[in-house]
Design a protein around this ligand. Structure first.
Ligand code: 5GP
Ligand code: MN
Length: 340
């Protein structure tokens, strides 16, 4: 399916390699990047992982985390230099260079060989080597499969395995989404076999909330949840003041959208948050209703059929009003989207 020989050829000699992933990396973005980094280091490459922004502290346990370079305006020159000097640039868990802010422009102009490893829909054609598979449950699944296809399965140790497990576990919703294939379970069986402590990883990621984060969740569900049964839709809009009142940290709102989706009869859920530069949106659906199409059509976003994101530079109030005004035109498809 993929040109694994071209990748083998590319990685035959030790090289300067950089790996990057999407803005506000989640466990799949960071886990696939650090898992791949651990493997490439074993092949003798010099590897730098650069993220376009910070990421939640509940991911900081991953092996290689201490070496991650987080892009900021302050280290712009350094990041530009690394992008310019990299012979190979891996782009993981995003399908369009616009998802990585300024770094997208640097990478577009860079002379290094670009390799895309991703599972989002509609990949942009910017890479020289393309390992894009929307059927995959997680980018970490693709990284595992690629390492195996390279004939290097024995190089996957517990450090690499933990990173990959985190990505697959979170992107499959702890193995409950329809993307949880036989291949996923076979990979997890193998990771268990090499000694990955799966329940510990689950605890590190899901049971590490601050008290304030939990109180924020309670507040959001009690005071900010709006349910529109006629459109089988539920959404939560969070203002900048709300975030401030609960001293919200990166990652604190992750998972919130799933609570809205868990209401009986609801097939479309959104979380709409007033971040400082823009209003950021998370969409989830069950069944045929494509939040990827919805996000692309109306909120400059995209993702997967049942999980996507988008943004708006309008105010929170206007963004919510626009979201509400769009629902009637989707009434029929929302009512036809079956909760399977
Ligand atoms: P989340 O809601 O967890 O931030 O993102 C859900 C899915 O949509 C993820 O796969 C994420 O990469 C993708 N996504 C989130 N925001 C955006 C966006 O603004 N643009 C695009 N193209 N994809 C997004
Ligand atoms: Mn992913």
């Amino acid at each position: 399916m993929y040109d694994i020989n071209a990748l083998k050829e590319l990685l035959r000699e030790p090289k300067e390699v950089m790996i990057t992933t999407h803005h506000k990396p989640d466990a799949d973005a960071l886990g696939s990047s650090l898992g791949l980094a651990g493997y490439l280091k074993k092949l003798g490459h010099r590897v730098t992982v650069i993220t376009p922004s910070d990421y939640p502290s509940f991911l900081a346990w991953m092996e290689g985390n201490e070496e991650v370079l987080v892009y900021s305006e302050k280290n712009d020159a350094l990041v530009r230099r690394i992008v310019g000097e990299s012979q190979v640039i891996f782009c993981l868990d995003f399908s369009s260079l616009s998802r990585i802010n300024e770094m997208g422009d640097y990478i577009r102009e860079a002379k290094g060989t670009k390799v895309l490893i991703d599972h989002h829909l509609q990949p942009e054609a910017f890479a020289d080597l393309n390992f894009s598979n929307p059927q995959a449950a997680a980018t970490a699944e693709l990284v595992y499969d690629i390492i195996k296809a390279m004939g290097d399965g024995d190089k996957i140790d517990t450090g690499i395995g933990e990173c990959l497990y985190a990505g697959i576990m979170t992107d499959t919703g702890s193995f409950r989404h329809p993307s949880t294939s036989k291949n996923v379970h076979l990979i997890i069986a193998d990771l268990l076999h090499i000694g990955v402590n799966t329940s510990n990883i689950h605890r590190l990621i899901y049971d590490s909330s601050s008290e304030l984060r939990l109180r924020f969740l309670g507040f959001a569900l009690k005071d900010r949840l709006v349910v529109r049964h006629e459109y089988r839709t539920a959404y939560i809009a969070i203002s900048a003041e709300d975030l401030k009142a609960y001293d919200s940290k990166t990652g604190d709102t992750e998972g919130l959208v799933n609570f809205a989706l868990s209401i009986e009869g609801i097939v479309f859920a959104a979380v709409i948050i007033d971040r400082s530069q823009a209003v950021k949106m998370s969409f989830r659906s069950v069944g045929d209703f494509s939040v990827n199409d919805f996000a692309r059509a109306h909120f400059n976003g995209g993702g997967h059929r049942n999980a996507a994101g988008g943004m708006s530079i309008d105010t929170l109030e206007n963004t919510v009003a626009k979201f509400e005004s769009l629902l009637p035109q989707y009434k029929d498809s929302l009512n036809a989207s079956i909760k399977k």
